[in-house]
Each structure stands twice: as structure tokens, then as C-alpha cells.
Design a protein around this ligand. Sequence first.
Ligand code: ARG
Length: 461
Amino acid sequence: MWKGRFKADIDELVLEYTASIDVDREFAIFDIKGSIAHAKMLIKQGILTKEEGKKIIEGLKDIFKEIENGEFPWRWELEDVHLNIEMRLTELIGDIGKKLHTARSRNDQVALDFRLFVSSRLKFWKTALLRLIEVFLKRAQENIDVIMPGFTHLQPAQPISLAHHLLAYVQMFKRDVERIEDFLKRVEISPLGAAALAGTTYPIDPEFVGRELGLGGVFENSMDAVSDRDFVLEGLFAGSIIMMHLSRFCEEIIMWANPNFGFVLLPDEFATGSSIMPQKKNPDVAELMRGKTSRTFGNLITLLSLMKALPLAYNRDMQEDKPPFLDTDKIVSMSVVIMTKMLEKIEFNIENMNKALNKGYLNATELADYLVLKGIPFREAHHITGSLVAYAEQKHRYLEELKIDEFKEFSPLIEEDVYEVLDYKNAVSRRNALGGTGMESIKRQIKENINWLDKKTGGSV
Ligand code: ARG
């Protein structure tokens, strides 16, 4: 493509070193869509004749079919997807094909292709996340009355409803959906027309190209348009947070599946056995998801490092921007879908969750609050309760098993009604203030989340 200036052929090893076809062929359909929009614009502006434009567009459509059918002759020696498609076009329709690249450079072309690709992948993530949220909501609805220990420092802290725990994840994934929607505004900008870096002298209409491709806007500065990769970074960041959220749930699944917790039973389809220990059921899927999360963080750092201190405008370094995103995309896309399927089938062991409530004096805060209601300052109530826990622990009994006389030795204000307060179910159901684990609060949360989901999906996920 640049033989005019060169006398010698490129070194074989250098060709291999510089080619990106293995990676950017993923962009082929977007490259063609972008080229068709570009060709239509060139016709409208009188830069190409109708006849020429028609031939080019038909040729591009034929190439589209070749690619779809796996018949496209990919040529590694042609460096990248853009040169492969352009060369094929000229093979199919003759020299007119060479006119497609008028008022365009590979620099704005690759930026456009990548934007279209990131946009389509982010939209897939969003759809998959909405489905995951739906399943979290369904499992929450089924488990409103299930009481389990809530943890801080991974120590038993206060009783909570299992639904409340699951609804916390709904909040995380809702933020992920909204983050994607926000990022898409900046991804869906057409850079076509920026040309190599300085813009073009042809009377182009970049807005027309943007509209043809369904993008929300066009570039404002040609140098920024060809050298900006923020939209990829934002995608990598969104993916990293999604994976971070998933990894937290994975960690809980891994712990909960341990027989010492025994809170969940993994579906057979999502666990593996051991080749040596016949009793084992390993949470490999959750472990791998937790493990793959680190790769998505690495990919974000890779691109940040790649872009750091790069002078304007396009630099070939930027060809290295694609592998990190493709890798993160594969991880995020698969992980969200797999988690959805796994969550649908996980069995919660309600009995073990209830049993665990007794380990750790989870109703101690209730007792302290009870004393406060009787007029004792909180700090003092905290102290009295602490002493009672120490006493009960020494006697190997739970708080609710202490006799009223024993309670009275610590505070004469404690009456028979204390036993109601110490009841775990009561402890949970009373927390109905905003966002609490009380039954009313949970039902409110579920309702609000269903409304949110309906708005996003129009009622169908
Ligand atoms: N394969 C290149 C990339 O991915 C396309 C742009 C090439 N531009 C250039 N001036 N060599 O970045």
C-alpha cells in the first residue's frame, strides 16, 4: 500500500512483528459497516460518483458475506483487517475500490472500528447484567424469611435476611449497568473524518456518517479523535468492576460451600470432583471467576500504561490496545452468563444458616438497644451486654438461655420482655428503617428493583 516510497520489501520477521490481523479480524464486520457509511457520505458529497459508490458498496456487501461464510481469504502479509478488506475490494471490483480510502486514514478508521466494537460488547454486558439482576431478585424473593448471620471482619455480627444479602449484589450490578450507560455516551462518537491527524480538505460530512452508524455524536478535534482511547479504558474499567463484584460473591460461594459453613449446595453442573478424594465437591467455577478477575485488572493497567506519556497524535504503540479489551470482554461476557446460570440453581441450606446464628451471640446488639430503650446510655448498655456475653460464654449457653434472675444481676432493668427482643427473627424484622434488613424494607427494595428492571427492559429480560 505504500510501495511508492519504498525500494526494498519488508523483512519477514518485521512483518510478523507488526501484523495485527490475528487480533483485529474480530473487527471485520464493523470495518465494513464503517466503510459503507463512509462510501455513502462520499457519494452524497459528490466526492464519489453514484456509479462508483454503488460498486464499492456492493463489493463491501459481498465481502461481508464472504466473512460470514468463513470464505474470506485472510492474508497475514497484509498486516491488518483494514488492508485485507481494502485489497479484497479492489480484487473484486477493480481499481474503483482504491477510491474508498478518499478522505480517510487508517488512523480514524481503526478508531471508528474499535468504538463500534466496544459499543456492541458493552451493550451485550448490559443485557447479560440485567438478566443476572433478574435472577438475584428472584432468589431474594424466595428467601425473604430466611435468617442467617451477617458478617463484619468475617466474624458473626448481626442476624440478617438472606434476601437482604442478595439484594446488596443487586445494587452493585445496577451501578454496573448505569456505569455502562454513562460510558456509552462517550464510546458512541464517530471519529471518521479526522483522517491521519489534521482533518481533511475534502468537503466531508462526518455527522452523516455518525447518523448512518447510529452514533450519538462526532469528534470535535481531529488530533484527539485519532489518539483517544479513553473509551476502551472506560470499558476495561467497567469490566474490572463487574468482575470485582462477581469475585466477592464467588468468594462467599466458596466459603459457604465449605461444610464448616454448609450454607449452600453447589449444582453438579457448576462444581467438580477430586481425582483422589472421592468425598469432594469443589467450587472451581467460582474460584476461576475469582482468578480471572485479576486478569481484567491487569488489562486495565496494560492500556493505562500503553497510553501514558504517548505524544499526540496516533502512535503505532496503540495497535497494542486491542488484546487487553478482547481478553476482558471474553472474561466478562462468559462470567456474567455463567454466574446467572449458577445462581439459578444454587441450593441454600436454611437449616445450617439458622444453626450458625447461635454461634457468635448475634443478638447481643439487640440486648444493648433494649437497655438503651430502658433509659441506660448506649456506652453503658454496651458494657453491660459485653459482660453478659462473657458470662454466657463461660457457662456455654446462649443469651436467650439465661434465666431472668441471671440477667437481673447485670441490670435490674431487664424484664421478661427481653426474650422477645433476643429472638433472631424479631431482630431482623424490626429493622425497617431505610435500606435495613427488616421484612418491610426488603419488600420495598424488591419492589423498587423490579420497577427499575422493568424500565430498563420494557418488561422483558
Ligand atoms: N493496525 C493499526 C492499529 O491497530 C491500524 C492503524 C495503522 N496506522 C498507521 N499509521 N500505521 O493501530
